[in-house]
Design a protein around this ligand. Structure first.
Ligand code: TTP
Length: 393
């Protein structure tokens, strides 16, 4: 099955993490987010993959083309991010005869993708309790009649999982009109396909749309336990590694470190002495977790340092962050309500009782600073020594 992977979006809901790094390149258990999508597609039977790049296109293309893939992986550029139908249209010339699959590149799929690829015109679906904020499928049995965006009265609990198999006949239908929200939408192409073909809803058992910072944590929680578990770095015999821990070659684990998996320690990263790293945590290349630091359920990207006497929980740090000695992160509200975070200017629930902070690249905190649950620090922000930060900056 020829497969188009959409990876041109700007990732505005993921800011500030995407200020300098395109969303498809955000790290998930040692590989870029979009890498998981491509691997999933290949495992499901993709014969070739056409990746649509756009925002920070070169970064995505360089990273993916430096890898050896078992099937051809090609790239096309969507010059302006006008919507998902427009993104597939950018790939139209590269497609050959026959049906084609389309996958949102910022989604984690399970093995059900294979069933989707084998099903002819089809759309992946995922059952949720509260479908009103998604595209919801109108179904009769496993047949799809259409899709409604964010309905007040959802016709089913099955949401559009962003994975499709279209017949070749759908290629001209990619020239859709702008939707009410001003985008060229692939769901309009799906709607048209449902009118002319029998389209099957293929249920996914596990599925994760990675659009907002806490979903990057969830993505790592999922994939960290599937990492290969190699201990290729320098691990002190006096370190205590428990559960599923992966240590890349070039990483160092010092004496007294306790690491409870699932944890991934990338090349050049340094843990300890006497550090406590708990699952699910990803430490990026050249990250540092030093003496008397506890890191729990967090993503610490490349070159970020948490060198002394710090608690960091349920948080996402971009690249080149430095947390000063004694920095403490709160990750729980006293009223037990889910922590809220700012996404595109609105405070929204993370639906997590525990969530800490989000730091853009190059954030620096002073010694003994305190950062409240749900705070976002923008790229390059600084915090004075001893400061308590209750609001985004
Ligand atoms: P979205 O999640 O709708 O958009 P986005 O990734 O840019 O994120 P945000 O809403 O936070 O700005 O996109 C769904 C998928 O489609 C995703 O994999 C990116 C891709 N896409 C394109 O390739 N081109 C586009 O023009 C758009 C809008 C999305």
């Amino acid at each position: 099955m020829q497969t188009v992977v959409l990876a041109a979006g700007e990732g505005t809901r993921m800011r500030p993490l995407t200020d300098r790094l395109p969303k498809p390149m955000l790290p998930v258990a040692g590989e870029p987010l979009v890498g998981h999508c491509i691997e999933g597609a290949i495992a499901a039977g993709a014969s070739r993959v056409v990746v649509v790049v756009g925002y920070e296109a070169e970064t995505v293309r360089e990273s993916l083309s430096s890898r050896e893939w078992p099937v051809p992986v090609e790239f096309v550029v969507q010059t302006e991010q006008r919507g998902t139908a427009d993104a597939v249209r950018a790939a139209r010339e590269a497609l050959r005869d026959g049906p084609f699959a389309v996958l949102n590149g910022d989604v984690l799929y399970d093995d059900s993708l294979r069933e989707l690829f084998e099903s002819g015109p089809a759309v992946g679906s995922f059952r949720v309790d509260d479908p009103g904020s998604y595209g919801v499928l109108e179904t009769e049995g496993d047949r799809v009649h259409g899709v409604v965006e964010k309905p007040d009265d959802p016709p089913s609990e099955l949401v559009n999982a962003g994975a499709y198999v279209f017949p070749e006949a759908a290629l001209p239908w990619l020239d859709v009109e702008e939707s009410d929200r001003g985008e060229l939408e692939l769901t309009d192409v799906l709607q048209r396909t449902c009118e002319s073909f029998d389209v099957t809803a293929v249920p996914f058992d596990r599925w994760l749309d990675v659009g907002r910072p806490w979903e990057l944590l969830a993505a790592n929680e999922w994939k960290l336990s599937e990492a290969d578990g190699r201990l290729a770095g320098e691990v002190s015999p006096d370190a205590d590694l428990r559960g599923h821990v992966t240590v890349e070659q070039g990483a160092t684990i010092e004496p007294g470190a306790v690491i409870e998996g699932p944890v991934y320690v990338s090349s050049g990263a340094h843990v300890g002495p006497n550090a406590y790293v708990r699952g699910a945590t990803y430490l990026g290349p050249d990250a540092k977790v030093g003496h008397a630091v506890e890191v729990k359920n967090s993503v610490v990207m490349a070159d970020s340092h948490v060198p002394h006497l710090t608690y960091l929980g349920d948080s996402v740090l971009g690249r080149g962050v430095n947390l000063g000695a004694g920095t403490t992160v709160a990750n729980l509200r006293h009223d037990g309500e889910p922590v809220r975070l700012t996404v595109k200017g609105n405070r929204v629930s993370t639906e997590r009782r525990k969530f800490g902070i989000v730091c853009g690249d190059d954030v620096k905190t002073g010694i003994n600073s305190t950062l409240n649950a749900g705070v976002t620090l923008s790229t390059g922000a600084t915090v004075d020594p001893g400061e308590t930060v209750l609001r985004d900056r």
